[in-house]
Design a protein around this ligand. Structure first.
Ligand code: APR
Length: 235
């Protein structure tokens, strides 16, 4: 980045790579499996209909992992940016963990849902959930046994798209951190930002699929790249 002159509005997209150093596995490991399961089995509405117990057990395990993980230096650096940046800032995360929030960031939006949230299919209520769903607990709002993980699966609409596109349309700077660029619509945000004339920066372990859209790519671990970039922005 060559200075921050003229930059007020920042949109940051984060993916599994920012939480990798907190011990949470990324999705597209070399074997194409997510924690030993094909993605279609545990991340589609069809998979849930076919075998609800397997899917509930899978997310019960994810919830335990998320609760056990701790934010790393990259989450902490973004939280620092959030508290010290007085222009607009939106951290759009594809991650279902709460490590941005636990590091102290507040301007965070979970476009793919949250591991620590349960969604009632009977009454549409959402509840913070740290326990299990496999045992079929009743919804605290309506009493029905109809809770599912509050996760956006393939084939479902990501959350808050209007707010995200509005922020991208105003963005002066778009930064993508720890995401492979394999899953739309998030993978297309860089193009949206570019058409709004934003500068674009990628911080990732390796080049993402949309790498060619970025003005600049810095390659390395998020725990090193993100604190260094935030330091540049704030000084
Ligand atoms: N620092 C920075 N980047 C890293 C690190 C690290 N320590 N470790 C891995 N990465 C990079 C990888 O090189 C890869 O490009 O993070 C990226 C992770 O990519 P994915 O596993 O595809 O994760 P993500 O892009 O978040 O997946 C998007 O896919 O399955 C769905 O809904 C799920 O939100 C998820 C979406």
């Amino acid at each position: 980045m060559r200075g921050m002159a003229g930059i007020r509005n920042i949109v940051i997209l984060t993916g599994a790579g920012i939480s990798a150093e907190s011990g949470l596995r990324t999705f597209r490991a070399d074997d194409g499996l997510w924690e030993n399961h094909p993605v279609e089995q545990v991340a589609t509405p069809q998979g849930f209909r076919r075998d609800p117990e397997l899917v509930q057990r899978f997310y019960d395990e994810r919830r335990v992992n998320v609760l056990a993980a701790e934010p790393n230096a990259a989450h902490r650096a973004l939280a620092r940016l959030d508290s010290e940046w007085d222009g607009e800032l939106l951290i759009v995360t594809q991650n279902i963990d709460d490590l941005h929030e636990r590091a102290g960031a507040t301007r965070v939006l979970h476009m793919h849902g949250e591991a620590l949230s349960a969604w009632c299919l009977a009454c549409d209520a959402r509840h913070r959930w740290t326990g299990t769903l496999l045992d079929g607990p009743a919804c605290p709002t309506c009493g029905e046994i109809a809770l599912r993980p509050d996760i956006v699966w393939f084939g479902e609409m990501p959350y808050e798209m209007e707010r995200i596109f509005a922020a991208l349309a105003r963005a002066d700077l778009f930064v993508s951190i720890g995401t492979s660029g394999a899953v739309y619509p998030a993978a297309g945000f860089v193009q949206q930002a570019k058409s709004a004339r934003a500068r674009t920066l990628e911080l990732n372990l390796e080049r993402s699929q949309g790498s060619g859209w970025f003005d600049e790519s810095r390659l390395g671990p998020a725990s090193e790249l993100v604190p260094a970039w935030v330091e540049e922005v704030l000084t």
